[in-house]
Design a protein around this ligand. Structure first.
Ligand SMILES: NC(=O)c1ccc[n+]([C@@H]2O[C@H](COP(=O)([O-])OP(=O)(O)OC[C@H]3O[C@@H](n4cnc5c(N)ncnc54)[C@H](O)[C@@H]3O)[C@@H](O)[C@H]2O)c1
Ligand SMILES: N[C@@H](CCO)C(=O)O
Ligand code: NA
Length: 441
């Protein structure tokens, strides 16, 4: 670099959290400070780093003198606050406080944005500061900025994809290596992909938070956590994965947000659930903690975004991109996009949608049972596309049992709920083992 460093007063940066993501953010600021200064037009000066454990060794790029276990003192006087501590409180109060003092905010905290994004947006607006959160959705993959800015002139119809690295890692390991759910989850935690409480990953809450953020941005409507139908992967079994494989399919945890038009009224559907995709579908081959997202827009057509959705360095890349953006705005003036919620669309509940299903049942292995099951489905307007039956070894003195796997054509979700209630109370059906949607036809 031959150009002299910018002659601008340093921008004071507080970093809340120095864990998986924060340590990598600090490493890059430490190793690439001059480059970042050129790109921004001013040097960055880290003035405080909030952590819970002051004694922990955090490597050469975390200046121990800047560590504090009092995050409120870290944000005092900061121009920019980078929040990578996670959780709702104290993160929420700290960010509102920082913005009220004129600091811009960069956060990776999807849980906070999904729960209290409105308060954060309003504080950013009221104080004329920036609120950026590229790292909150799909890790390193540029997705928030493309939706918020690049596609701001288009009309987004649908966003569908894999936005949780941990669950993708777990499902991929179970399918490819036969790993148990618990072992695969432990590896994802060791690799730094999982949330502090991995329940948020496996129960789908993390993907639902991301769906709420994506839907809000894509459809210019406030979509909160409570508006997202959410099912995680805890009930997906090795038998389901084997059944999917037999059907030429792969199970993935999908986040889907789309506009649904019915009788002239447009509403938003936001949902997260495990689904069986055909093996030929591009999302079926997304492995490990990678994420992939399709955005369908009226003029742009279908766009695919793919890359590392979790992990320290990839997530730090997204945080640093936002940090450079808000820092440039400090130097050159201007603020980034505000909350856009003018469309204010209603939410369509999942039971009003039409989906295809895979249903696995354990039944008595006797004449007429298949006909009864088919009749029950048909009485709710559900028609069968394929059926697979295997006899189960019977215990001594127990009746013969069979396991049947049924794939249906699309039907109303509410009709499937009623059909499952009827099957559950039928004497021929011993247990309903799985109900998994089929997507990507
Ligand atoms: N790990 C990932 O792959 C990933 C990807 C995208 C987004 N995120 C988000 O980034 C954030 C951080 O994730 P992480 O994986 O780095 O977490 P982590 O648990 O590894 O690190 C959290 C850090 O914050 C500090 N901290 C937490 N509470 C604190 C408090 N009250 N006071 C002071 N310090 C506190 C901890 O000491 C630790 O240094 C979360 O919001 C997470 O959802 C993580
Ligand atoms: N726990 C999250 C981190 C990235 O947001 C995941 O596994 O995708
Ligand atoms: Na991202």
């Amino acid at each position: 670099m031959t150009d002299p460093l910018p002659d601008h007063a340093p921008l004071r940066v507080a970093v809340l959290g120095a864990g998986t993501v924060g340590a990598d953010v600090l490493r890059v600021i430490g190793t690439s400070g001059d480059e970042l200064a050129h790109r921004i037009g001013a040097p960055l000066e880290v003035t405080g780093i909030a952590v819970t454990d002051l004694g922990k060794d955090r490597g050469e790029h975390v200046d121990r003198a800047l560590l504090t276990d009092d995050p409120a003192s870290a944000i005092a006087g900061a121009d920019i606050v980078v929040e990578v501590m996670g959780g709702i409180e104290p993160a929420r109060t700290l960010l509102l406080e920082a913005m009220s003092h004129g600091a811009s905010v960069v956060t990776a905290n999807k849980a906070l944005l999904a729960q209290d994004g409105v308060a954060l947006y309003e504080a950013a607006d009221a104080n004329g500061v920036d609120l950026h959160f590229e790292a909150a959705v799909a890790g390193a993959i540029p997705l928030v900025r493309p939706i918020r800015e690049s596609l701001a002139g288009d009309r987004i119809e649908k966003v569908l994809g894999i936005v949780n690295g941990t669950t993708n890692y777990v499902l991929d390991a179970m399918a490819r290596t036969g790993a148990s759910f618990d072992d695969a989850l432990a590896s994802a935690q060791e690799l730094g992909y999982a949330e502090a409480d991995p329940t948020a990953d496996v129960e789908g809450h993390d993907a639902a938070a991301k769906a709420s953020i994506l839907a809000s941005l894509a459809f210019h409507t406030r979509v909160g956590m409570q508006d997202v139908h959410c099912e995680g992967i805890t009930s997906v079994t090795a038998a389901d994965i084997a059944a999917a494989s037999r059907m030429g399919r792969t199970i993935k945890l999908l986040s889907i947000v789309e506009r649904v038009e019915e009788e002239g009224e447009e509403r938003v559907s936001a949902r997260v659930y495990p689904a069986m995709l055909p093996d030929s579908h591009p999302l079926a081959s997304v492995s490990e903690a990678y994420n992939a997202v399709f955005v369908e827009a009226e003029a742009a057509g279908s766009l695919m975004f793919y890359g590392q959705g979790a992990g320290g360095a990839p997530t730090a890349s997204a945080v640093l991109g936002d940090l450079v953006t808000v820092a440039r705005q400090r130097v050159h003036g201007g603020v980034g996009p505000r909350e856009s919620r003018y469309a204010d669309l209603g939410i369509i509940p999942v039971d009003a949608l039409r989906n295809a299903f895979y249903v696995s049942l354990t039944v008595q292995d006797k004449p007429g049972v298949l006909a009864e099951v088919a009749g029950t489905l048909s009485s709710h307007g559900i028609s069968i596309s394929t059926i697979h039956q295997e006899t189960e070894p019977a215990e001594e003195g127990e009746p013969e049992r069979a396991r049947i796997g049924i794939a249906t054509y699309r039907a109303l979700e509410s009709a499937m709920d009623s059909a499952l209630d009827d099957l559950d109370s039928s004497g021929a059906v011993l247990t309903i083992d799985s109900v998994i949607r089929l997507e990507g036809e």
